[in-house]
Design a protein around this ligand. Structure first.
Ligand code: FE
Ligand code: FE
Ligand code: ZN
Length: 277
């Protein structure tokens, strides 16, 4: 079965997201751990998390994906920004420990003129401080489009973070189809070559989730503007090849396309119909 969901708002709590996902035909979902552009967070509701766990078990859901706020930047040169990143990631990991199987995805960060090597060291340093061995959640580094001074636009940079961190195998990767395409990897025309390169540099066993998005911009544009499935420069045929690829087809797929809920339901139905069971 295709494991697919979309990004949902967490404003009504955990169980509400589970019910909403099921109503859209999804069997997983992604959510922000807190305000994506700020950092404020509601008190943790343990009973609500337990209710979601029971609901997901009853419905046979695939593991859910939490997304850290965009403002989390451990690679910043500003000590206050780094301090926010450390505290936020630690607190989110402590909460997610109550949602078995959940994974936490984050944007590695932007080095802002310090250079990618300094960024890699700062990111690995945060992981070594806050991602302590007793925390059960798998942390994923997201592949980025490489705009500005973003770290993670090349597979080599993600590999460097993994190598520099003691977290080792506990770190995985979430591949965003819009980001890698905008970053210059030809997933539309040469999917096998891109996956071969990923395997050589990072290892396909480290790939744990896919953000399935079309792109508003041409390959290598370094832009990061998501488009609806089949309406962008990646195209429906290529996205259908991705969900059916033997190396990818069992992973959970998360839509982050510019849609309201009805649009997500349509895309989920379209992709389920195109999945070769
Ligand atoms: Fe993201
Ligand atoms: Fe993404
Ligand atoms: Zn994006």
């Amino acid at each position: 079965m295709l494991n697919i969901g979309c990004h949902l708002s967490c404003s009504n709590g955990y169980l509400a997201m589970g019910r909403q996902a099921a109503g859209l035909g999804a069997n997983t979902f992604q959510f922000f751990t807190r305000n994506p552009r700020g950092g404020s967070v509601k008190p943790f509701d343990r009973a609500d998390a337990d209710a979601l766990n029971a609901f997901m078990q009853e419905q046979g859901f695939a593991p859910v994906l939490a997304h850290a706020p965009y403002t989390l930047n451990a690679a910043s040169g500003d000590a206050r920004v780094r301090d926010f990143a450390f505290r936020t990631m630690r607190e989110d990991l402590e909460r997610l420990a109550h949602i078995p199987g959940a994974m936490l995805n984050f944007h590695p960060g932007s080095h802002v003129r310090q250079g990618a090597d300094a960024g890699v060291r700062l990111i690995a340093g945060m992981l070594d401080t806050v991602y302590t061995p007793e925390l059960p959640t798998q942390v994923l580094l997201e592949t980025m489009a490489g705009k500005g001074s973003e770290v993670g636009g090349r597979f080599e940079e993600l590999r460097s973070i993994m190598d520099a961190s003691k977290a080792g195998d506990r770190l995985g990767v979430c591949l965003d189809t819009c980001h890698v395409h905008d970053g210059g990897y030809d997933i539309a025309g040469h999917l096998d070559d891109v996956l071969g390169e990923f395997d050589r540099i990072i290892g396909l066993s480290r790939l744990k989730a896919i953000h399935l998005n079309d792109s508003k911009n041409p390959i290598a544009s370094r832009k990061d503007r998501h488009e609806k499935i089949g309406r962008g420069s990646i195209g429906l045929d290529a996205l259908v090849r991705i969900i059916n690829h033997p190396a990818l087809r069992d992973l959970p797929f998360f839509l982050e396309t510019p849609n309201e809920l009805d649009g997500y339901a349509e895309e989920i139905a379209l992709l389920r119909a195109a999945y070769r069971g």
